[in-house]
Design a binder for this molecule. Structure first.
Ligand code: ATP
Ligand code: SF4
Length: 328
């Protein structure tokens, strides 16, 4: 994996939702690079903005949202495309063929009256000027094998004839049909039983080796991130607060929130007891002053309440936003 090749570059991204109670600051100054061939996992508690980030990249945000600032640049054959500036028609050409999203919402979008094979055909029809039905079905069979499903049985099934785990794997196969450079996965295992979760994790690990796609995997579970990702970005209250390789995040965490998350993971052995993170995630209509983690942080200092910590690079590709690590 060549870390030097950036595939997606997010700069200064700010996204809000206009809600009845006020303006929800869902993403605040997000800066993130995704490198070709890597799996980056985005980890944070519920409400930290993970899904909003994926929906911003896909430009599938709901109507009450606004991208206030920033850019999301995707590397294409002939230069960079800023996804935030594309009209809906151009964006439709990017979705599925360049960037695909596997999510619970996409699972629910299977058309109940179409067999799975028609989902493959319809996806090809919607995105390709010309296509050969037999060729698409041949490709579909290969992809279904890749996600460890029986191709003929699945292609001839209706969505309701598949279990949740099989549907999830079918969606992964479908998302690979147009060979997107970037695959976004939103909590790919959360609605599944333990056995299906294990199968999906195996499939995702396999895909990395076999197709070399770049993946962004959103999860609230650091254990899952550790099994699949190369790097982890920790999000809190709409901000990325720390980024590092899996090893660095697990063995040399810098941000107090990352440390709290690690203590809350049952699979991490070097913390003997599981500790829930005290307090509640903040209200994003009126986020706390200064560092938004300060009301829950055991190491909070005077400056933390007053001023937002800047993102600083402790070492290359190892940014953290915490006053403990900033030179003052
Ligand atoms: P989860 O793990 O629960 O999906 P998340 O980290 O993906 O959480 P988001 O779903 O991106 O977080 O939500 C970020 C913030 O935006 C939350 O405070 C959420 O309540 C709010 N939010 C999300 N969608 C909307 C919406 N359509 N209208 C108003 N607020 C929203
Ligand atoms: Fe804790 Fe302060 Fe660091 Fe925020 S900036 S995480 S409050 S020490």
């Amino acid at each position: 994996m060549t870390m030097a090749n950036t595939l997606l570059s997010i700069k200064g991204l700010e996204v809000v939702y206009i809600a009845p109670k006020g303006v929800v600051k869902a993403l605040r100054d997000i800066n993130l690079e995704i490198y070709e061939g890597e799996t980056l996992s985005i980890v944070g508690e519920s409400g930290s903005g993970k899904t909003t980030l994926l929906l911003s990249i896909m430009r599938l945000l709901p109507p009450n949202s606004r991208i206030i600032k920033g850019s999301i640049a995707l590397k294409a054959e002939n230069g960079w495309i800023d996804l935030t500036g594309l009209d809906e028609n151009s964006m439709r050409r990017v979705r599925w063929s360049k960037v695909a999203l596997v999510s619970q919402a996409a699972m629910n979008a299977f058309n109940p009256v179409l067999r799975i094979k028609d989902h493959f055909i319809e996806t090809a029809r919607a995105h390709m000027d010309k296509f050969d039905r037999e060729l698409i079905l041949r490709e579909a069979r290969e992809l279904l094998k890749l996600v460890m499903l029986e191709p003929e049985r699945v292609l001839n099934s209706y969505p309701h004839q598949l279990s949740g785990g099989m549907k999830q794997r079918t969606l992964i196969a479908l998302s690979l049909l147009l060979k997107p450079k970037l695959i976004l996965m939103d909590e790919p295992t959360s609605a599944l039983d333990v056995v299906s979760q294990k199968i999906i994790l195996g499939v995702l690990r396999d895909l990395k080796g076999k197709i070399g796609s770049t993946m962004i995997l959103v999860t609230h579970d650091l254990g899952i991130a550790a099994e699949i990702a190369d790097r982890i970005a920790i999000m809190y209250a709409g901000k990325v607060v720390e980024v590092g390789s899996v090893d660095k995040i697990f063995y040399e965490p810098l941000h107090p929130y990352t440390k709290a998350l690690l203590r809350a993971v049952p699979r991490v052995r070097f913390f003997s007891e599981i500790e829930a993170i005290p307090g509640e995630p903040p209200d994003l209509i009126n986020p706390p002053s200064g560092c938004s983690f300060h009301p829950r942080c055991p190491l909070s200092m005077e400056i933390c309440k007053r001023e937002e910590p800047p993102m600083i690079e402790i070492e290359p590709r190892r940014p953290v936003a915490c006053w403990l690590h900033a030179k003052r």
